[in-house]
Design a binder for this molecule. Structure first.
Ligand code: TMP
Length: 396
């Protein structure tokens, strides 16, 4: 039974950066109510009323996974590891974005699936790309001629698809008998530990625990046999799944993560009620900091026009009253305005100048990379504000 535990108020689509802030553009902006629920039977945490994926994954999709050095390195590392360990003949990726993972394999063996046309167009010149949503119909089309996939990889995509039944049935159909599916998504364990409520936005229909994934795949002749924690996106989990009768043994790593999740009570509704209280507290403290800094005339900007910051800004009602502008390295975000609160986005070259006193870490998941890059800002006394895992100013 689904029970609501968190209300993040009226939100725009996290990815819907606006080309202009004129009244005509603003009048067309789409909003929905973002609330989060816990299913007390299968332990799935999900957006209570998901938005239709057709309105989210369009040819305007802004995110390019390759733009981050952290992600390029992480995907190349896991691709090499999978190649060595499983020597796959066919590798398929669901949600291939700009090819950052799958380009690490030999062109001959790869199949990419990517519903955003602008992204699919980027990769289709280089390797086989299906510009479509993942479905049973598509799986049947792909594997009519091809042999089944030995590796199916999907990072930050399965959690975006509301219909898990269709998703896993299509995966079961597409996987070779001893094939392995790897699902990588932000982990519920990290969200609860870090109080990172901004992992909840329209695209993250689910935030998975190993407990929930295990329950979910069992219904479709599949089995979770291993997990791997990663640092990406502020704490993710790779779930390794095979067919029920494949040869892979349940690993000690999986047993220990399941134990940790049970210890953290990720199978109890009360855990999420307590989390919801901490989220409200976090909003209060963040606004206190912003108000205090503004009273002493400090210039605050935001670093990284992330989807996560869409949730924070719209939940906390943070707009140009507090933040002059946002900087972001992504070319197609620059010159636009943040969804809902309409803060202008500039390139770091323009925005990260000596007039900035504080930068809110919208891209807190890239903290290490950013602190390295912004040594000069820190050296001259510039500070970052973060809300994860606690609201504070960095460096101390
Ligand atoms: P993500 O957390 O959704 O991957 O988005 C990260 C955003 O932050 C992306 O738009 C790029 C931006 N970014 C910067 O502007 N500067 C940086 O140094 C890093 C690492 C990311």
């Amino acid at each position: 039974m689904k029970k609501k535990f968190l209300n993040l108020d009226k939100q725009p689509l996290a990815n819907s950066f606006l080309p202009s802030s004129d009244s005509k553009t603003l009048s067309k902006e789409f909003f929905y109510n973002l609330s989060i629920s816990f299913d007390t039977i299968n332990y799935l945490v999900s957006v209570t009323d998901p938005v239709n994926p057709k309105s989210q994954y369009t040819d305007k999709y802004a995110h390019r996974a390759s733009e981050s050095l952290t992600m390029r390195k992480a995907f190349s590392k896991i691709a090499n590891k999978l190649e060595k360990k499983y020597s796959p003949k066919i590798v398929m990726e669901i949600g291939s974005n700009d090819g950052v993972f799958i380009k690490n394999f030999s062109k001959k063996k790869v199949i990419a699936v990517e519903p955003c046309r602008n992204l699919a167009n980027l990769t289709k010149q280089k390797f086989k790309t299906y510009p479509d949503f993942w479905s049973k119909k598509l799986a049947k089309k792909i594997f009519k001629k091809s042999r089944k996939a030995d590796i199916i990889f999907s990072a930050n995509t399965i959690s975006h698809i509301p219909n898990l039944k269709e998703t896993f049935e299509a995966i079961e159909f597409s996987l070779s008998d001893n094939g392995v599916m790897i699902i990588e998504d932000p982990s519920l364990l990290s969200v609860i530990k870090n109080n990172s409520y901004d992992q909840f936005y329209d695209e993250h229909v689910y935030v998975f625990s190993a407990l929930a994934i295990s329950n979910a795949v069992e219904k479709y002749n599949l089995r979770l046999f291993d997990v791997e924690k990663t640092d990406t996106h502020g704490g993710s989990m790779r779930h390794y799944i095979c067919k029920k009768h494949a040869s892979y043994r349940t690993t000690i790593r999986l047993k220990s993560v399941i134990n940790e999740e049970k210890k953290m009570k990720l199978n109890k509704f009360t855990t999420f009620k307590k989390f919801s209280k901490r989220v409200k507290e976090s909003r209060k403290k963040l606004l206190q900091i912003f108000k205090k800094l503004k009273l002493s005339n400090k210039k605050i900007i935001s670093y990284g026009a992330t989807y996560k910051s869409t949730t924070v800004f719209n939940y906390c009602k943070i707009n140009q009253r507090y933040i002059d502008y946002v900087t972001d390295t992504t070319l197609n975000k620059q010159g636009k305005f943040t969804p809902g609160q309409h803060i202008p986005i500039l390139s770091p070259e323009k925005g990260m100048n000596s007039s900035v006193d504080y930068a809110f870490l919208g891209a807190w998941n890239f903290k290490k990379e950013i602190f390295k890059k912004e040594k000069d800002f820190i050296r001259r006394g510039g500070k970052f504000i973060t809300h994860v895992p606690k609201v504070k100013i960095l460096p101390k």
